[in-house]
Write a protein that binds this ligand. Sequence first.
Ligand code: BES
Ligand code: MN
Ligand code: ZN
Length: 500
Amino acid sequence: MQIQLDSRPLAQVETDALVSYVFEPEKDLQAIEGAVAQLDQAVGGALARLAASGEVTGKMLEMTLVHFAPGIAAPRILLVGAGKREKFGTPELRKLAAAAVRHLKARSVKRIAFLARESDRGPAAAQAVTEGLMLGNFDGDKYRTDKKDRPVESAALVGFEAAAQPGVDRGRIIGESQNFTRELGNEPSNLLTPTLLAERAAAMARGAGLEVDVLDEKRIAQLNMGALLSVARGSAEPPRVIVLTYTPEKVTPGAPVLGLVGKAITFDTGGISIKPANDMEKMKFDMAGGAAVLGAMRALARLKPSIKVIAVIPSTENMPGGRAQKPGDVQIAMSGKSIEVINTDAEGRLVLSDGINYAKQLGATHLVDAATLTGAIVVALGNVNTGVFGSDAAFTERVLASARRAGEKMWHMPLDDDYREQIKSTIADIQNVGGRGAGASTAAWFLREFTGDTPWVHLDIAGTAWLDDAKPWAGKGGTGVAVRTLVDLAMTFDPRPAAK
Ligand code: BES
Ligand code: MN
Ligand code: ZN
């Protein structure tokens, strides 16, 4: 979709649909006021009459489509409810822009014009609207030959300040990158093996100007990534480790280096500890953490933060083959730690342990991993919040602040030392499951064992990386969660060496 600021007066904008939004009326204010009141004047008060009749209430995501209003060239006006003014911010703006696109593309609209409200005309608003339009325009129907909705082709942003342009540019980059992540998440495992994922990542990296290094099974073995290899054993598909590096123009010696590690199990059957058949098809999205890291790198290559960023994405299938690892096996991770594998379905933490170790070896001073790691986090937080675990209070707070700015809901989860007891093994250094309680925290503790003194934050996106049913603002499938948070984190990272 082409998105452009348009400085022409409203009446002159040629479009198939004019879109704006209205708040729930307050004491002395009407729903139809401000910029929307000007539009209402142009159409002879038609909108105000709809509001007076009770049809336009301003409730969040209420859609009112007005056809052939006299006085304007556009054949449609779409008024989107924006909810209560005091609860309104960029997350709501992004969401309503996405919902507007989805509403209109289902009605074969090709060109839209989005009219800014008087309070939201700057770069941050333009970014949120642009992101929303891009995200709403995306559908995971790549393989359908009878596509129902065709995407909207162009959007004019009307009534924004000229200074909003950088927001449009950022929004486009971030929206496209998040959609890149969503598309990878939707790919079936036969069409996105570790080898194919690495090829897609390398092609993206070349296009973006990122350094890329794909480790094949030989180099993985040379590096002694025993935990990753233990998972890969069961599959006929060879594993890969995808390494992408973004280097800023100016690198200060001793400056921090952000390491992003993403779980990329292209299919998780559970291995010998096999999963039930019900819902197993969903496990093609078990690479969503890796896809989020790839999407973030795609955006960062264009947004150019001043900090160096290294992405490490261990990728394999988790399959129950004749050579598959078995419950009770002991494996030696790249770090040298021995791991008793109690359950082969707890494979994410195994591949991440070597990924984390390698990111540190490559020079990461701060680590963030993203992973569809546990069903336990889905029980705890549902599909609403991503679970956040961290070893360093200040760094964890920075990631949470990035999530808030990016409009991604995340919740800080506990990682007390007490939980570590649960992953003690009788015959090895640690075991890969921690018993019945606190499954998301014991999984996080397993990862922490490999981070050493490096500040680290873990994002458990098992509940948030996939939408089971379409929402007004998003289609079913991969959500691209964590891309915006990771981008914000890198963009706001202080690149100066930490004070001693
Ligand atoms: N990929 C799954 C986690 C998952 C579950 C993601 C449901 C999305 C939805 C992970 O590899 C897994 O199987 N975890 C096990 C761990 C258990 C064996 C300790 C789980 O959560 O059941
Ligand atoms: Mn599993
Ligand atoms: Zn998994």
